[in-house]
Design a protein around this ligand. Structure first.
Ligand code: DPP
Ligand code: ZN
Length: 848
């Protein structure tokens, strides 16, 4: 298939005045009637055919200005020759038939658990009716739904309704990807919000009967998001209703459809008994994310899908700010960097590397990536650091003012920063156009009270981009004296050259530098240093991110030495971990993060970076050995902390109590290595919340005594899909990795393995891929099993299949035998007759 190119963008030749849709819902034969008012677009002068996108639609009738026309659709849409069109505005009507019940791809209109729902981003609307399915074509919609389902919802404000029908009007013009429709036997949990200018908004979360007791946290998160966006960004909500619907079958996390957000039920439903602290935090952030899209995405949308980061990078940045304000900013920053490194750096250093704003794609669904989302957010964080908080605030005010109602570009975005701050951002723009993670090498010099830091930046070539000119890198630096006191507070150095030096004068003694504070740029810092200095920064750095980072780097050094050179665990590290654990001045959540050892995939990357071939089994064994050494040396402190952190207070999902649970479970994970699982067994028996219950189950599996608990957990939670997902996932992630492929086979045969449900598929297969040593088992059994299932899912759900191919993106790190095994699986997938365009593109790129 031919790629779509950014450089080929042209405005659509027509504009749309309004759209009226009527749905006669039926599982097998839904009728969709459309009436669309077109007018020539003055930005594309001349006479043009009317090209409408459409896929999988049965055309019953088409008409121009009320008169039937004789046209035939092709595979991707419908062309009405210019000769059949009046010279000026005209109305196009169509009647099509679709079958939501057999739509397993979960794009367009489909059914989930007996209800009708939609997912239109990026290009799902074309599976509903013929339409210019591109984000720069915007229009107000009116929708009439005819169905015997009791609840009928669409975008905007409710209109008239009666038995078996309802009408909705969305006054805001929007692109088709924000269209949504829901029809089902649902119940609402309701609340209200008054905006600061006095608009009364009726809030509702719609769920299946029986789930209404698990919506409180989502509702509370929504109201906090609405207030926060008013206070921090001055953005108010703009409709009379805001509806959220939870659905069980969903390819992504959630979707920001105007006035009718549709969510994966995993990101709505939570109670202390069924959801972990991580689930609660994720619900809070995704509810906020989708709500924030109302301004950054809906009111201002993207001109084309190459600009996806315009809405996603900014909205992720905003949801990160929100979480920082609701919880701990330091902990949030560390969590985000952990995710960025695990997912985005991994992507950016492999065959799937692409710019934050790509310039070519075959299937846009393959570009909803960590690079577009998370690196897109990092780029905004750098911009904010460079222009300052006030510059950022005035640029954002200008952005909302200038572009409200527009389908905008990254050029528009950067221009508001230039106009608001007077800064030239032409070099900065490379962060959007150039792929790859820069390596930032640091060297230092000291003489006569002057300390000099010299930085050199280098970015390796990425697919299609050999040349990597230097980027603007904001480097936040602080200096400590040898006693551990800060002598130079955080200063932002602006690097613009390939190599550049910065001097600090008048210092009494050679300082210890704390570089890249707050992770001020998404780069890989390379600096020759020793364990003593890392331990010093872990003890003294005033920047919480770099304090954590020092411990992390120390643990990584020690682990790579243990794994690659057979060294003994370092006493310095083991003691430093004990000191962090006992330091009551530190937030428990922060201490938990410091104690958490780098993951196995992370260590594989660190070894590959150091020019070694990672051995997954040796990595697993090394990490286990270090954890055991830490546990043995700090047994008394861990045990005391574990007991002291127990709480008898009623469960609260807030950051404080969640942080104490996180630290307690971290202590448990260490103690579990020396107590044979006794504490885990006791916790499992007594836990009254899912955080501890799941933590205890994981520990029991790790201790090799999970069998009874696995059965008990299943019995208890049989009816709850989300908890059973967790049950599948925990078994894939914990226990002896050598048995993971076998466990996966066993679980795939379990009657609860409803593989067409994306959450369930991801729990088992995603769990396997996340079990580094198990997935990379030398036999190749993990690879084979995984590829078998991708091949099975592809014809059913290409979008989810394609995303999950990324498990193979790191193949080039491993030994020749593993490389050959992985390549064989990728080639087997690539050679499958009828393979989807989605999966075909991904596998082709991974193979290179
Ligand atoms: N636009 C959606 C989101 O990220 C895509 N799932 O919020
Ligand atoms: Zn988003």
């Amino acid at each position: 298939p031919q790629p779509t190119l950014l450089a080929s963008y042209q405005p659509y030749p027509y504009r749309i005045g309004d759209v009226a849709l009527t749905f006669r819902l039926d599982p097998r034969t839904t009728r969709v009637l459309s009436r669309i008012a077109f007018a020539p677009n003055p930005d594309r002068p001349g006479r043009h055919d009317l090209r409408l996108d459409g896929g999988g639609l049965t055309l019953i009738r088409a008409a121009i200005e009320g008169a039937d026309i004789d046209v035939t659709a092709d595979d991707t849409g419908l062309t009405i020759p210019a000769a059949l069109l009046p010279d000026g505005p005209f109305t196009f009507e169509a009647e099509v038939e679709i079958a939501p019940e057999t739509n397993t791809a979960l794009e367009g209109l489909y059914m989930s658990g007996g209800m009708y729902c939609t997912q239109c981003e990026a290009e799902g609307f074309r599976r509903i009716t013929f339409y210019p399915d591109r984000p720069d074509v915007m229009a107000p919609f009116t929708v009439r739904i005819e169905s015997d389902m009791p609840v009928l919802l669409s975008n905007g404000n409710p209109g008239a309704s009666g038995a078996g029908w309802a009408e909705w009007t969305d006054p805001w013009k929007k692109p088709a990807y924000l269209f949504a429709l829901v029809a089902g036997d649902l119940v609402a949990v309701r609340d209200r919000f008054t905006t600061r200018s006095g608009r009364e908004v009726a809030l509702a979360i719609w769920v299946r009967k029986g789930d209404e007791g698990r919506c409180d946290y989502a509702m509370d998160s929504l109201k906090r998001s609405m207030s926060w966006d008013e206070e921090v960004y001055g953005r108010e909500y703009d409709l009379d209703v805001f509806n959220i619907v939870a659905v069980d079958d969903f390819n992504m996390g959630a979707m920001e459809n105007k006035g009718l957000n549709i969510f994966n039920s995993k990101l709505v439903l939570a109670s202390p008994e069924t959801a972990t602290d991580a689930d609660f935090e994720r619900i809070e952030s995704v509810i906020a994310h989708e709500y924030f899209h109302n301004w950054t995405g809906n009111r201002i949308t993207c001109r084309d899908w190459f600009q996806l980061c315009l809405k996603e990078g900014l909205t992720v940045f905003r949801d990160q700010q929100f979480t920082s304000d609701m919880r701990s900013a330091a902990v949030k920053r560390i969590d985000d960097v952990l995710q960025l490194r695990a997912r985005q750096f991994r992507e950016d250093t492999g065959p799937l590397a692409h710019p934050v704003r790509p310039d070519s794609y075959v299937e846009i669904n393959n570009f909803y990536t960590a690079t577009v989302y998370e690196k897109g957010a990092e780029v905004i964080g750098m911009l904010k650091r460079l222009v300052g908080d006030e510059g950022y605030a005035s640029a954002l005010a200008l952005y909302f003012d200038r572009h409200d109602g527009d389908a905008a570009t990254i050029e528009d975005w950067l221009k508001v920063f230039e106009d608001a701050t007077g800064r030239d951002l032409s070099q900065f723009k490379r962060w959007y156009t150039d792929a790859g993670t820069p390596r930032l090498h640091v060297s230092e010099a000291w003489s006569d009270g002057t300390y000099t830091l010299t930085f050199t930046q280098k970015t390796a070539p990425t697919p299609g981009q050999d040349q990597k000119p230097p980027r603007v890198i904001p480097i936040a630096v602080g200096l400590l004296n040898p006693n551990g006191d800060e002598v130079v507070p955080t200063t932002v150095l602006e690097m613009t050259e390939t190599s550049q030096s910065f001097r600090f004068e008048g210092l009494a003694a050679r300082p210890v530098p704390s570089i890249l504070r707050g992770f001020s740029a998404p780069v890989m810092l390379e600096r020759k240093t020793d364990q003593a200095e890392r331990a010093f920064l872990l003890a003294h750095d005033t920047d919480p991110f770099n304090k954590w980072e020092a411990g992390r780097a120390l643990a990584k050094d020690v682990l790579t030495g243990m794994i690659a050179e057979g060294r003994a665990p370092s006493t310095r590290l083991v003691e430093a971990m004990g000191a962090v654990l006992r330091d009551e001045t530190l937030d428990p959540a922060f201490r938990a993060l410091c104690l958490w050892l780098p993951g196995e995939d992370d260590l594989a990357q660190a070894l590959a970076d150091a020019g070694r071939v990672p051995d997954p089994a040796a990595i697993h064994a090394g990490r286990e050995a270090l954890a055991r050494a830490i546990a043995e040396a700090n047994a008394a402190a861990l045990s005391a902390a574990y007991d002291a952190l127990a709480s008898s207070a009623p469960f609260s999902p807030d950051a404080g109590p969640a942080g104490r649970r996180a630290l307690r479970l971290t202590c448990l994970a260490f103690l579990n290595r020396i107590d044979g699982g006794d504490r885990a067994a006791a916790l499992f028996a007594g836990a009254d919340n899912m955080t501890e219950s799941a933590g205890a189950l994981a520990a029991l599996l790790d201790a090799g005594r999970g069998e009874a608990a696995i059965a008990a957990f299943h019995d208890r939670w049989q009816g709850n899909r989300l908890v059973i997902d967790e049950w599948f996932m925990l078994q894939m992630l914990h226990g002896n990795p050598a048995r993971a492929p076998e466990t996966a086979r066993k679980l795939a045969a379990h009657p609860d393995f409803d593989w067409k449900n994306p959450n369930r598929f991801r729990a088992l297969l995603g769990g396997l891929a996340a079990n580094h040593a198990g997935f990379h088992d030398a036999s190749g059994a993990g690879y084979r099993f995984y590829a078998d299932w991708l091949l099975r899912l592809d014809p059913v759900n290409p979008q989810t299949t394609a995303r999950m191919t990324t498990a193979f993106e790191t193949w080039a790190r491993y030994d020749a035998d593993r490389q050959a095994l992985i390549r064989a699986e990728l080639e087997r997938i690539a050679g499958q007759p009828g393979l989807s365009r989605n999966t075909g593109e991904m596998v082709g790129r991974i193979l290179g």
